[in-house]
Ligand binder design. Structure first.
Ligand SMILES: *[C@@H]1O[C@H](CO)[C@@H](O)[C@H](O)[C@H]1NC(C)=O
Length: 285
């Protein structure tokens, strides 16, 4: 009898621990009453101006999918995954050799609390079989760009990495630490038809990064130790598609080849950041 009660108490306690919710810093999960055009005007989810090709609006660069198609953190919040699209017109700020469209959390102005203290940023990526990437090119899918634009403190890349960094198979997701050091923190095959869930615990005081990862609805697991990584310099989180040119010399934002007829996209789910000052990290919804 006593043993039975103890086991009930223990399972209740572990259920409570699992259900514990960390404090949210920003939330990029799109509630299902919203449509792409809602992102053309100021809103409390994503910046409505950056990063887009000249003359484009987010309704040109976003495709919202049904909530049922979401990743585990979307389904739990009844949120719609958001596909970020690029075309030949995705030329931002005269970077004529890049094609790019990226989402930046609305509250993330470059000097806000999302890049202070200890935070965990979550995001999930899924391939679009209809709008595949061209793996002859290098892509950046998620990154933190410092406030002075001098570096990316982490960046998730895929495709053929310029300069030959990382592994041999271009169909790989490679998470780099600060690009000035160029260290690959974690890499994994970019599989078809399944969400790849990332969470990065960023300690902006100790300047470390720990990576958590899973596929589909599996709970996140730590896939690295707490690694030294220079994440100083605050800045903005970008989630989207930044396609670099091939064969560029010098300033590759302006030099290099991009084939015409681009129709590419990557589906994002479960974008949010939580406060991990007390060690809280959501490994599952
Ligand atoms: C992929 O990119 C390369 C280099 O830009 C280009 O030569 C090739 O035609 C592209 N392939 C497809 C299928 O678009």
């Amino acid at each position: 009898m006593v043993v039975l009660r103890l086991s009930i108490v223990l399972s209740l306690l572990s259920w409570l621990a699992a259900a514990q919710k960390c404090k949210i810093v920003f939330d990029g999960r799109v509630s299902s009453d919203l449509v792409a055009a809602d992102f053309d005007k100021p809103n409390d989810i994503f910046d409505n101006k950056f990063v887009l090709g000249k003359g484009l609006a987010f309704s040109d660069a976003l495709r919202l999918l049904p909530a049922a198609a979401g990743g585990m953190f979307d389904v739990a919040a009844a949120a719609e995954p958001a596909e970020v699209l690029i075309t030949d017109n995705s030329i931002f700020n005269d970077q004529v050799a890049f094609r790019r469209a990226e989402l930046i959390p609305a509250s993330n102005n470059g000097a806000d609390a999302s890049t202070q203290g200890v935070k965990t940023v979550h995001f999930s990526v899924l391939k679009d079989g209809v709008r595949p990437l061209n793996l002859s090119h290098e892509y950046q899918l998620a990154f933190l760009e410092s406030q002075d634009f001098s570096t990316n403190q982490f960046v998730l890349k895929t495709g053929t990495i310029l300069g030959g960094a990382g592994g041999a198979d271009p169909d790989t997701l490679q998470l780099f630490g600060n690009v000035n050091q160029g260290q690959v923190l974690f890499s994994t095959a970019f599989q078809d038809g399944v969400f790849h869930n990332f969470a990065l615990t960023l300690d902006f005081e100790k300047l470390t990064t720990q990576v958590f990862f899973s596929r589909a609805n599996d709970a996140l697991k730590a896939v690295t130790d707490v690694l030294k990584n220079d994440i100083s310099g605050q800045g903005q989180f970008h989630f989207g598609v930044l396609k670099k040119p091939v064969g560029g010399v010098g300033d590759i934002t302006k030099n290099g080849f991009q084939e015409a007829g681009i129709n590419e996209g990557v589906i994002f789910g479960g974008i949010f950041e939580e406060d991990s000052a007390d060690g809280c990290v959501s490994l599952s919804p």
